[in-house]
Design a protein around this ligand. Structure first.
Ligand SMILES: [Zn+2]
Length: 82
């Protein structure tokens, strides 16, 4: 998923970037489910655990990560894997 960072742009540039993004979005491909070709998803959260050894703070971290699950067969596409 592309996130535009619009914070550092002038207002006119922002508007142009927003328009370009909306045009791109209209023409963008819809990603079908790998298993059943359904094209709608539920937003779900995978919860990951970073061990104290791998954590930047030295303490275990529980981190929720949003992904998308097929509304038809509950499959999560490889592309959405987290
Ligand atoms: Zn599916």
């Amino acid at each position: 998923m592309g996130n535009f960072d619009l914070n550092n742009m002038a207002a006119a540039d922002k508007a142009a970037a927003q328009q370009a993004f909306e045009k791109s979005l209209k023409e963008a491909d819809i990603i079908p489910c790998e298993e059943c070709e359904n094209t709608t998803y539920n937003s779900v959260v995978v919860v990951k655990r970073i061990s104290s050894l791998a954590s930047p703070t030295g303490e275990e971290m529980i981190v929720p990560v949003q992904t998308f699950q097929c509304t038809s067969c509950n499959h999560i596409n490889k592309k959405f894997d987290v």
